[in-house]
Unconditional design. Sequence first.
Length: 589
Amino acid sequence: MSSEAGLERVLTRISARYRDEPLLLLQMLRAVQASYSCVPHEAIRFFASHLKLPLSQVLGVVEFYSFLHRSPRGRYDLYFSDNITDRMLGSRALAAQLCARLGVEPGEPRADGQVTVAFTSCTGMCDQGPAALVNGLALTRLDPARIDELAELVEAGIALEAWPREWFSVHDNIRRPGAIFTTSFAEGEALAAARALGPEAVLAELEVSGLRGRGGAGFRTAQKWRFCRESEGDARYIVCNADEGEPGTFKDRVLLTRLPDALFEGMTIAGLAVGAHRGLLYLRAEYEYLRPLLEAVLVRRRDAGLLGADALGTGEGFDIAIHMGAGAYICGEESALIESLEGKRGQARVRPPFPVKRGYVQKPTVVNNVQTFIQAAQIALRGGAWFAAQGTEKSPGSVVLSVSGDVARRGIHEYPFGVTLGEVLAGCGAYAVKAVQVGGPSGHLVGPADFRRRIAFEDLATTGSLMVFDTSRDIVAVVQNFIHFFEHESCGFCTPCRVGTTMLRRLVDRVAAGQASEADLAEIVATSLVTRSASHCGLGQSAPLSLLDALQRFRADFDTKLSGQGSDPGFDLDGALAETRALREAWHG
C-alpha cells in the first residue's frame, strides 16, 4: 500500500476523473478496487469528506457490492461461476483442483498476496462453461489440463497478457438466428427514419408493433415511452439495463457483441421519442471485457454525428455514457439499477412513483433492456406492422433464448413467439429431458407434461433462458442451487425476503442432506407463501417459484430424501400446493 499522502493523491486524481460527482461514487470505488485490490478505509473516509457524503453511505456502498472489498485480494483474483449449469460441467471439482495446486482456501487470499480463488453466482458464460473470471476477464471452457497450466502461470507470476489467448475467447454461439440477428441496417439508417417520422409517429409505430419489454416484465414499450414523454420534468433520461445477472441468461452478452450500433441507435431513438438528451448504459461487472468494444462504438458514432450536439436532428443533442456495475443481481430490477447509477446501494425503491415519473435523479426515465432497444430501432426502420406480423397476437416478434445445460447445442436460439417448448428442445438437441427451468431461477421449472406449451406472454412466459436437465439430474440439487443464489443476492432491505430466503435455504439443505421430514416440506410451502406475497421487490417475490414448482412436478425427488422422522400424517401437502397454485394464478391475474 502506498503512503497515506500518495494514496490521497491517487484518490484525488480518481475523483477528478469522474468530475468529483457524487453520482459517480460507485465508478470511483471500482477504480480504487482495480488499483489496490481493495477499497481501504482511508479511501472510504476520503470520498466521504471529498464528496460531502455520510461516511456510512460510502461504507454501505463498498459492503453492498460483491466485487468491492475492504481487505486486499490476491494479485490474481479468480472467481469460478457457481450456477447450476457450471456445476453440472464440473466447476466445483476444478475449483478444488486449483485450490489444492495453489495451497489456498476458497475466498481467502493466500498469505503471500499472490492469489485468491472464490465463487460468484454466474459469469454469463453458461454456453461455454465451466467458466471463471480472473481480474475481471472471462475464462471459458475450463478443464483439468487448463487448471494445471493456470496454476503454473500464477505461481510463476506471468502477466495475464501472456496467458494463452484462447482461454479468454468468448464465442457468440448463435445456433439459430432469427429476425433480430438477420434484420441489418446501415449505421444511422434507423435513426434517420425516426427523425423523418418524428416523435409521435415513432410512438405510433411502436404501438402498432405491440413490442413488449424483453427484460422479463413484458410491459408495452410504446406505453412506457409515452408515459415518460408526458411526465412533467425539465430533463428526461434513457437507461439501458445490461445487467443480466440471472443465472442461465446470456443473450444480452451476444447482442452487445454483435449489435452494439443497433442498441445505441435504439437508445437514441428513444431519446428522440421522449425528449431525452442523455442515455446511460448500465453494464454488469462480469461483462467488463466488452467495455472497450462498446466505448469504441460510441466514439465512432460521435465522430459520425450520430451522438453529440445534433444527434436528434433537431439542433438538440443526445449522448450515451457507460456505467459499470460491481456485482449485485438485484440491480437488474429497474429501480435498484437507478439507485446504483446514482452511486448508492442497489436497493429497490418503493413504487409508485415509477421511473417514467421519477427515475434517475428523480427525473422521468425510460428503462429498457438491450434487446428492447435493438428491436425498437428495427421497428423505426421497418415499421410496426412488419414486427407485428411475427409471433402471436399477444406476443409479437421473436424470443431470443439462452439455452444451457444438458443439450448438444448450447447457445442462442431465436424463434418467433408461439413456438412450443418441445420444438425448442428438439432444435437444441435435448434428449431424455427431465425438467426445464424457463426464465432463469426466478422463472418456472416444468416437466414433459408442459413441453407442448407455447413460449409466449399468454402461456409460458419468458424472454430469457432455458436451462435443461436430463433424467440423470437430481431436482433437489437444482433448486438448492437456486435458493442459495437468492439468499446470497437478497439486498436485505425487507424482512420477508432477507429471512424468508435464509429459512428456505436451510430447509432445502435439510432435504438435500436426507434430514428432512414431510413437515419440513410443509414448512417450505408456508415460508414460500410469505416470502412471495410480502417481499418488497421481484427478487423475493420470485425466489420460491422454482422450489414450489419442483414440489408440484418432481415430488419423487423430494420423497426419496425424506428421513421419515417427524412427519405429520394429518398435513395435506398436495392440498397446500393446490392452494399455492391458486394464489399464484390470482397473483398473476
